[in-house]
Unconditional design. Structure first.
Lengths: 678, 566, 185
């Protein structure tokens, strides 16, 4: 990702946002945000009053009214700017992803019915339709998202993920997806287009950010209701003040009424609310996660249970051979030789690690008529046949069956060794020669450094971590303990995941999981937050509600934090906004009445210069606090996993108490400044 | 220490000491656990249900509860209207008092059925004994309504998913017979022995020592006074309520009557802790309520004991404090204490004239009503507080980065909407009502001259107080207000009606909806609602939602008066 | 609603019987055992009955004055003045009472007058005054009745009611009882 460190306000983005700020003054757009919509009405009324004051001084001088009109307009523009800059940033981020795939020539394979002809035509990528087939060779840029129909290739995905190491994608299986904009490094693949132009996840996300199809998330709806409620309270407060003032023979200008109203309603959060939501999706995108809805990000913050695949998440990639244990009476050198030979043709990472551990070049041995035996699900072993020797290595029970069928006993000592390795978190591979057990290879998982701390962090957030692994329960337990996860599913089949999710959900918990394979799809759909790896199958990507471009299984943790940040930013800014009212009251109320009731000077605890300067200061503060808080709204309030109570205490202190104190200081300072001009 | 302040401390300490075991007892009653009084009450309750044709074991959902509540209350309203407008020919009228006008009968019926007990009449001259007794019935059963519906909310807050929230009639009858009846009876007996009248004879007449004729109103007052204090009703038997020496003869009865104001409201908080097995939550709620109460009561006592500066200027001694409208046997501390007790619960009885209190005491009394949940009325006080909990849970939940949950139930848009409407209602009623009255008065001061006994800021306070009192279902008044006019009778009647039932419907709906949601077990990420931090948050929500909205109005009333006086 | 109506009416009737009827009768029955049989606290002096917890108006110089009353001690229409603390009428009235008091008690300094003696009570029936309020009247009564101040001071002390248990509430004097005692001197 190239734009990871974009500054908050890039010049071009600011320009675009400034323009949008004015466009968004359109009442039809404003209407979506009830708080700011009322401000717009207030601004409009002030405009009329300003025009009226050209002819009469009954509502104060023209300059006075015009100043308030400008300040209110500024408040609106600031709020619009907040939303616009968030949109612009999100769009820029998405665009940079999208740009890579625009107008790439595509080698479309024409097909007649179900039969593909070999005829190839070169068309622009924008003409590709869902279901079309195209092929790519080494050096080609893949023109569209799709699924490999045929072939295998190494692909450079650095344009999307920023990761320079090439990855292998092949037809069938769980790593069959390719992304538009990535580059084929070797081999040739035929790809079936899975989405129409403009309908890829990225396109959908851009639409979300741009606001065209942005829907309010459940919490955002509830918060909007709360804010609308507050606004209504202050509509009542302001309107009823008129007869009160009449009773007290205190004339109050319309400008004062509107100032009071605009200052009291929660404009700060009202102005920043949508920016916060967009910034949440934007942050997800910066983490290379495409979200299919704003709701998914929000839900991520609520997650109680995380299902994590062991491999790649908790342990580094693959297991490594760590020990050779020859059976009793077996010559170690001979054992190693057999092991090396059996692994000669084994291209799996485990196989390679065995050769590494042995440190012997297999070609130094002379073998004739060698025939390599591939691993199959039935035999669950692999090996080599040469001359009269048959070497096999595989799971303990597979080799046990093999040797016992041949009439050879499975040595107790080997059985013990197998158990011991398993309970230490290792995976035992038993080796046989001519159906006789000759020893055991120990494979060990390497737990990722720092993963324990991450789980500890999750635990403090109140999230239960569950490791999913195909290992036997003994191995699984050992790794689970070592990595510090709360629970594990051993010998996991896809339906186990599903059942586990359902069970947790039945108990009221929200579950997140990550997956890539087609058999993960139902579980991804069932999970409250399902993150599909971009490399995964189309089915998996359709089923989940987020797609991780990096294919990084630890991404779930980041996603959860982004979700929490999103909610927290809303909560804290709401608190801040409402707490501001205390100071604003003390600035405005004395100012409204002090001319008619001089004894109310006692309420002017900030000792503001004059009623005019007090009103102006409050309105100015109210306006400029919005742009001042934009960086916070975009970056989000820092999440610290210190437990909910401590977090509440902290945020209540900073944003609640701060929200009470800051405006006192701010309004006073502005008053000193303003009164020097009056 | 000053014996007046010591008296106040005694009253508070005693009420808390009594409320804790009572709360436990009430909790047992709502949980249908055995108590030692079952031998008496089980047969009594069975009799009630048999005679009423009610099956007390039939489970109701929240809508059925509300339907039962509203129907019974409607029946009471109609009956009340009939009696009050026909008192003159109905029995038990030895003093030959007249029937009420239609608007006053409407106002009084709403007032008593809604547990408000706003009185636009004076007990001695405006009611027959029959009228007094029927009002006393509402004092029992409107209080029991509040307790019963509070029990429904408690039941809904339990950790499970259900639509079935117990039986309204069962809660209601248990509240009547097992809580209100025994305590009210004990209180009435103490009052009788201290000189509160309990007779069906008419007025007594005598010649004073200086030779003047004096008529003394009597009647079945003791029974009435006891339940009016206990059920946060507050409607006095006599016009000036418990400042009248018949109604409240001495300092001991004053202690008793003051304790009765707070007893059930505080006990219900502890009952909640017992029912839900969440003692800490109850302590948090109690703590917030108490903090709020102290914020109001301490300055009130201070200002009353310090006297009226305008009188101090005349050069006389004010050792007893501001004594206009107060009784020597209570003193200013116990009067100010009562004033805040009665307004922060929705009681509304008085032992001194609130209209004559110093400006800030009047303001704190009003704030007590504006918040209406620093203990609050029996049952409804907690229900009002529940709204603030929901709002605080919502804001606090977001602040810790989670969809807000309260007691394992997600608080979502629908609940926030209801809570916000209810929170809105109170400012709307109080400010809207006062605005209407101000508008009328300011437009034509001559026509409405009779409204305000006091001019200027204080006159405004009288109107603001009246609507605060109505909307809080309190019933006390700045009694200088000439309030027995069709405008005030209808306006406050309407406000009382809406302000009683909507704030019951709202929270019950929220609780019912939450109860039917899936229960989510707590995790380290869940916002804990039983901590002091959360308490502070609720307090802040109350201060900002409930109190700040009234700041401009209070500025033009009591605050302006205060700053012009001090 | 319909299903609830019949039970609601029947329940109301049952409540009527219990809480208006039986509860009231029970309290009434207990009242018969109480000192005043629930008819008020009455003392009899010289064959005349007085409700000693209901204040009476005392305005002549021979008696200890009771507090001002907004209802002239009409115990069938009790009530307070409901004057606000800043009401000019109220303040004028208080000033006038101070003047009136000083006229009748010329030897008293204004700063000795306790405010309760010039302010109206809440009920208009306050039977009590403070000790200070009695003491400032001693000189006047001594002169009017030709009694020694000392005997009056003793009387005042005798009628002073201490706070509850000596700890809680106010110290006060029942004016009616004090004046009855005065008549006996």
């Amino acid at each position: 990702m190239k734009n990871k460190n974009t500054s908050l306000f890039r010049k071009d983005l600011v320009q675009e946002a400034l323009k949008e700020s004015f466009v968004k003054l359109n009442p039809k757009i404003m209407f979506r945000n009830p708080v700011m919509f009322t401000v717009e009405i207030g601004t409009f009324i002030m405009l009329i009053v300003t025009l009226y004051s050209l002819t009469s001084d009954a509502q104060g001088s023209f300059g006075y009214n015009f100043t308030f009109f400008l300040l209110l307009l500024l408040t609106l523009l600031f709020a619009n700017f907040a939303e616009a800059i968030a949109e612009a940033r999100g769009k820029a981020q998405a665009d940079s992803l999208r740009k890579t795939r625009e107008e790439t020539p595509a080698k479309r394979v024409s097909s007649i019915g179900k039969i593909h002809s070999d005829a190839v035509e070169i068309i622009p990528s924008s003409l590709l339709k869902k279901g079309d087939l195209f092929f790519c060779e080494a050096g080609d840029i893949i023109p569209a998202d799709g699924e490999i129909a045929e072939g295998l290739a190494t692909i450079d995905e650095s344009a999307i993920t920023g990761e320079s190491a090439p990855v292998i994608r092949e037809a069938g299986g769980d790593k069959s997806s390719v992304t538009g904009g990535t580059k084929v490094l070797s081999d040739r693949i035929t790809v079936k287009v899975t989405t129409d132009q403009g309908e890829s996840f990225l396109d959908k996300m851009i639409a979300l950010v741009e606001g065209a199809s942005r829907q309010k998330t459940p919490n955002e709806i509830a918060l909007t209701i709360l804010l609308a409620g507050f606004t209504l309270v202050f509509i009542i407060v302001t309107i009823t003040l008129k007869p009160f003032a009449d009773y007290a023979n205190t004339p109050i200008t319309i400008a004062s009424f509107i100032s009071l109203f605009v200052c009291l309603i929660p404009t700060t959060i009202g102005g920043l609310l949508s920016a916060i939501g967009i910034a949440g999706m934007d942050r997800a995108l910066r983490a290379n996660v495409i979200t299919k809805s704003g709701k998914a990000v929000e839900t991520a913050g609520d997650i109680d249970v995380l299902l994590l695949d062991k491999t790649g998440t908790i342990t580094i990639g693959n297991r490594k051979a760590t020990h050779f244990y020859p059976a009793n009476g077996m010559d170690e050198k001979h054992f190693i030789k057999s092991v090396v030979l059996s692994s000669m043709a084994d291209q799996t990472p485990e196989g390679k690690s065995i050769l590494e551990l042995a440190g012997i070049d297999p070609l130094s041995y002379e073998v004739k008529d060698a025939r390599f035996i591939k691993f199959t699900a039935e035999t669950r072993s692999s090996g080599i046949d040469f001359e009269n020797t048959r070497i096999r290595k595989g799971a303990a029970d597979a080799i046990k069956t093999l040797s016992e069928t041949a009439g050879n006993a499975f040595p107790d000592e080997t059985a013990e060794r197998v158990t011991q390795i398993s309970s230490n978190g290792g995976t035992p591979l038993v080796v046989s020669e001519n159906e006789k057990v000759i020893g055991v290879i120990e494979l060990q998982d390497i737990i990722k450094p720092g993963i324990r701390e991450r789980f500890e962090r999750l635990r403090k957030m109140g999230i239960k971590t569950v490791m999913v692994t195909g290992d036997n329960p003994l191995t699984a337990k050992f790794i689970a303990d070592k990595a510090g996860v709360d629970d594990f599913i051993a010998e996991a089949k896809p339906e186990d995941k599903m059942n586990y999710i359902k069970k947790e959900q039945a108990e009221g918990r929200l579950v997140a999981m990550m997956g890539d394979g087609t058999n993960d799809a139902p579980a991804l759909a069932q999970a409250d937050v399902g993150v599909a790896m971009n490399s995964g199958t189309q089915a998996a990507k359709e089923a989940g509600n987020m797609v991780d471009l990096d294919n990084d299984p630890t991404k779930l943790i980041e996603v959860v934090e982004i979700g929490k940040q999103l909610l927290m930013t809303r909560g804290t800014l709401t608190t801040f906004s409402i707490a501001n009212d205390v100071a604003k009251y003390f600035a405005i109320i004395p100012a409204l009445f002090i001319v008619a009731i001089p004894s109310l000077q006692g309420l002017n605890i900030m000792n503001l210069q004059s009623p005019e300067s007090a009103l102006l200061s409050a309105v100015i503060f109210n306006a400029i606090i919005i742009p001042l808080l934009i960086p916070l709204a975009l970056k989000g309030v820092a999440y610290k996993p210190i437990g909910a109570s401590a977090l509440l205490r902290r945020n209540l202190f900073i944003y609640g108490l701060g929200g009470v104190i800051v405006p006192f200081i701010g309004i006073k300072l502005i008053d000193i400044f303003v009164s020097s001009f009056l | 220490m000053n014996t007046e302040i010591l008296g106040v401390v005694l009253m508070y300490a005693t009420v808390v000491a009594l409320a804790i075991p009572l709360g436990r007892y009430i909790g047992k009653i709502f949980n249908y656990e055995n108590t030692w009084l079952d031998k008496i009450f089980n047969p009594l309750d069975r009799l009630f249900f048999k005679l009423s044709g009610i099956d007390p074991s039939k489970e109701m959902n929240w809508k059925q509860h509300l339907a039962a509540l509203l129907t019974t209350n409607a029946v009471w309203f109609v009956l009340s209207l009939f009696v009050l407008s026909n008192m003159s020919w109905l029995p038990l009228n030895p003093d030959k008092n007249p029937s009420m006008s239609w608007d006053l009968a409407f106002n009084t019926s709403v007032s008593f059925v809604s547990n408000t007990n706003l009185q636009h009449y004076s007990g001695e001259t405006g009611l027959s004994y029959m009228g007094q007794l029927i009002l006393m019935l509402w004092q029992f059963i409107s209080a029991a309504t509040g307790i019963a519906i509070c029990a429904v909310v408690f039941n809904a807050m339990k950790e499970r998913t259900t639509h079935e929230l117990g039986n309204f009639y069962s809660y209601f009858v248990r509240a009547c017979t097992r809580i209100l009846l025994p305590i009210a009876f004990a209180g009435a007996v103490i009052l009788v022995f201290n000189g509160t009248p309990m007779t069906f004879e008419g007025k007594d007449s005598l010649t004073t020592l200086e030779g003047a004729e004096q008529h003394i109103s009597r009647g079945p007052a003791a029974a009435f006074v006891s339940i009016k204090q206990l059920g946060t009703n507050g409607g006095g038997y006599y016009g000036p309520n418990s400042s009248n020496p018949m109604e409240n003869p001495n300092y001991l009865t004053n202690i008793l009557e003051t304790i009765f104001i707070f007893l059930i409201p505080i006990a219900l908080v502890f009952a909640m802790g017992y029912v839900l097995k969440r003692r800490k939550l109850a302590l948090m709620v109690y703590g917030v309520m108490t903090a709020g109460f102290l914020c109001l009561v301490i300055p009130a006592i201070y200002y009353e004991m310090n006297g009226n500066p305008a009188i101090a200027e005349m050069g006389i001694a004010q050792d007893m404090g501001s004594m206009e409208g107060k009784e020597v046997r209570f003193g200013s501390a116990a009067s100010a204490y009562w004033a805040i007790n009665t307004t922060s619960t929705s009681n509304g009885s008085v032992n001194a004239m609130h209209d004559s209190m110093t400006p800030l005491t009047g303001m704190f009394a009003m704030i007590g009503m504006m918040v209406n949940s620093f203990y609050g009325g029996v049952g409804v006080g907690f229900i009002n507080f529940y709204i603030f909990i929901i709002l605080a849970v919502f804001i606090g939940g977001l602040m810790v980065g989670r969809t807000p949950e309260f007691l394992g139930k997600k608080v979502e848009a629908k609940e926030v909407k209801i809570a916000m409407i209810i929170a809105l209602l109170h400012p709307l009623m109080i400010l809207g009502g006062t605005a209407l009255a101000s508008f009328l008065y300011a437009g034509n001061p001559e026509v409405y001259e009779g409204w305000l006994k006091n001019p200027g800021f204080h006159g405004f306070s009288e109107m603001l107080y009246e609507f605060s009192s109505s909307s809080a279902n309190n019933g006390s008044g700045f009694e200088g207000l000439g309030d027995n006019t069709p405008f005030w009778n209808l306006a406050t009647g309407l406000v009382m009606l809406l302000a009683r039932y909507l704030p019951i419907i709202g929270p019950v709906a929220i609780a019912g909806i939450l109860a039917s949601k899936k229960f989510i077990p707590e995790s380290a990420g869940t916002l804990k609602t039983d901590t002091s931090t959360f308490g502070i948050l609720i307090f802040a929500v109350i201060a900002i939602v409930a109190a700040l909205a009234f700041f401009p109005a209070l500025t033009l009333g009591p605050l302006a008066e205060y700053f012009s006086l001090y | 609603m319909k299903n609830n109506l019949i039970p609601a009416i029947r329940l109301t009737l049952v409540c009527l019987v219990f809480f208006c009827g039986l509860y009231t009768l029970a309290v009434w029955a207990v009242a018969q055992l109480s000192p005043g049989q629930g008819k008020g606290l009455v003392i009899t002096e010289n064959g005349k009955n007085y409700h000693f917890n209901v204040g009476q108006s005392f305005t002549s110089d021979q008696y200890f004055w009771s507090r001002p009353s907004a209802v002239a001690y009409d115990a069938a229409a009790s009530g307070g003045s409901n004057y606000g603390p800043t009401n000019p009428d109220h303040l004028a009235e208080v000033q006038q009472r101070i003047n009136h008091f000083l006229e009748h008690n010329p030897s008293i300094d204004k700063s000795e007058i306790p405010s309760e003696l010039v302010t109206a009570s809440g009920s208009g029936l306050d039977p009590h005054i403070s000790v200070q309020a009695a003491l400032v009247q001693v000189k006047r009564i001594a002169r009017a009745r030709g009694l020694t101040e000392n005997s009056l001071l003793q009387l005042v002390e005798k009628h002073t009611e201490k706070p509850l248990l000596g700890l809680f509430g106010t110290e006060r004097i029942n004016v009616l009882k004090l004046n009855l005692g005065l008549d006996k001197l």
